[in-house]
Write a protein that binds this ligand. Structure first.
Ligand SMILES: Nc1ncnc2c1ncn2[C@@H]1O[C@H](COP(=O)(O)OP(=O)(O)OP(=O)(O)O)[C@@H](O)[C@H]1O
Length: 500
């Protein structure tokens, strides 16, 4: 039985066509995946459903009745809740205040009924078996995964019939992502419709009953999950066949040490981390999430303070800040965890963001050479197939995956030879993932040294030459090809392989 029926939906932003006569039809009791390349129109579609955007044309019917979501409140009262990829939680409020924002239970007289709010929070977290969440913590003190989990709790706290999860797993570590997949099934079994957006095919296979594919704002097709192969899905998404996701891995390390980290320790929990990354090598950083990987990347980059030695190309590096890291003689560049906080200036153009770190290189006598700037920008847009209307488009109006590509492009343009890639493919579509992995191996072959963290273990296993496994802020194991498997990383992450 069709519950949500959308027809002829179109939406333009100036000259950009985000949705072009798109259709979608979902039933209660199913998990329905929505797939498409970065910029295909998925987020625009769900923003329209959830009342955040108005379509130019098209009809939506819900439970057989015509429905117009003129505001988010109208969509919510009609029973639609969305968990957005770009988080909407409020940093100055606690986890609990965020979950019940503007819907706090009140006592007679209007005061917030804190007892009742706590009771409801605990009931919610228990009912869906949430990962541990400190209800009293301020949002700003949480990492991205914890913020994402709060956003999910907020979505589930509403009594809704349609729940939309827009890349909600992309910021989550493996265990929590698995939890969300199971929870999505449970929600569907409760008789609700879950619209599930993800760029990870394995998740879609696990969770979805059916899937709909968007390309360039149009609906390409809807299929039962068991009636379509991965190859066919990818082909329909990107409009061509993708030979393979992972590149051929030809070892290219020269043995010359590009980055040496010696007994790095910090208040944030790093404990004597030591390793060496060679020129031409892709070194993965694995382990369960939250075991110091993020702190390690931040500390090497000077964004977080730590004690211990860091050497670049055989010489002590004195990195006290990200500025030192980027502008030092031997630069280091970072793709950070939080593209909004650290990576991008959302109200500036694609061109300004891409060239921010390299303005001195593009300038002569203090003036930016616009022709060189434009050619550097165009080259990156092409190399990473960034979907933009023009170089002048504001980064904040790009789709999530295209924003991430700008972060990567910005890093590549710095000219740094030591690259710290923290989950670079987060939210990136399958075609571009393949491009990024190929690029990483090409850069390694050209003598770059790459430190690589991914929340997707299969990426580490298929792209890195070696993986250091972290546990409780320490490195507990190093696994190299051909022993490099997901199982090997996981067992090192949970068992103490050093026998104490
Ligand atoms: N406010 C806006 N102004 C201009 N263009 C916009 C705006 N919002 C979205 N777009 C454009 O509409 C297109 C569709 O974007 P949308 O966010 O819906 O894609 P998506 O399928 O969700 O992509 P992703 O997988 O990267 O999240 C993109 O080209 C995007 O740049």
């Amino acid at each position: 039985m069709v519950f949500l029926d959308v027809n002829g939906l179109s939406k333009r932003f100036g000259g950009i066509v985000a949705l072009d006569n798109a259709s979608f039809s979902g039933a209660e009791g199913e998990v329905h995946a929505l797939l498409g390349e970065n910029g295909a129109g998925k987020s625009t579609f769900i923003q329209i459903l959830s009342g955040a955007l108005r379509p130019d044309s098209g009809t939506i019917s819900l439970g057989g009745a015509a429905f117009t979501a003129a505001t988010p409140d109208m969509a919510a009262s009609a029973g639609i809740a969305a968990v957005f990829q770009e988080l909407s939680v409020i940093p100055d409020l606690t986890v609990e205040q965020n979950i019940w924002f503007r819907r706090e239970p009140r006592k007679f007289g209007g005061m917030v009924d804190r007892r009742e709010m706590r009771r409801r929070s605990e009931a919610l977290l228990t009912a869906y078996n949430f990962p541990p969440l400190d209800l009293d913590a301020d949002l700003r003190s949480l990492n991205l995964a914890e913020q994402q989990i709060t956003e999910i709790a907020k979505g589930l706290s509403k009594n809704t019939r349609v729940i939309i999860l827009d890349e909600a797993t992309s910021a989550l570590p493996a265990t929590e992502a698995q939890w969300l997949l199971k929870t999505s099934r449970k929600i569907a079994e409760e008789g609700r419709l879950v619209i599930f957006i993800s760029h990870r095919m394995s998740e879609v296979r696990f969770v979805a009953d059916r899937l709909t594919i968007f390309r360039n704002g149009e609906t390409v097709g809807t299929h039962r999950i068991d009636a379509v192969s991965d190859d066919d899905i990818v082909t329909q998404m990107i409009g061509r066949r993708l030979a393979s996701l992972y590149p051929h891995r030809t070892p290219s390390e020269t043995g010359r040490i590009a980055l040496r980290v010696d007994r790095m320790h910090s208040r944030q929990g790093l404990k004597d981390v030591s390793f060496a990354l060679s020129e031409g090598e892709v070194l993965g950083v694995g382990g369960l999430q939250g075991h110091g990987q993020r702190e390690l990347f931040q500390s090497i980059f000077g964004a977080s303070s730590a004690e211990g030695g860091v050497e670049l190309w055989g010489r002590p590096a004195n990195i006290g800040s990200p500025r030192d890291a980027l502008t030092g003689k031997d630069g280091i560049a970072l793709v950070p965890e939080d593209r909004k906080g650290q990576g991008l200036l959302l109200d500036k153009s694609v061109a300004q963001n891409l060239t921010l770190s390299i303005l001195p290189l593009l300038s002569r006598s203090g003036l930016v050479d616009r022709t060189r700037e434009a050619s550097a920008v165009d080259q990156m847009i092409e190399k990473l197939s960034i979907k933009v209307g023009s170089r002048a488009q504001t980064v904040g109006t790009l789709s999530g995956g295209n924003q991430q590509k700008v972060v990567i492009g910005k890093m590549l343009l710095t000219g740094a030879k030591v690259l710290l890639l923290y989950d670079p493919t987060r939210g990136v579509d399958v075609g571009t993932k393949a491009e990024i992995f190929r690029l990483m191996r090409e850069l390694a072959a050209q003598g770059y040294a790459i430190l690589f963290y991914s929340s997707d273990l299969s990426e580490l296993v298929n792209v890195a030459d070696r993986v250091i496994v972290m546990r409780n802020g320490e490195t507990v194991d190093t696994i190299a090809t051909p022993d490099l498997t997901e199982e090997a990383i996981l067992s090192a992450a949970v068992l103490d392989t050093r026998g104490h």
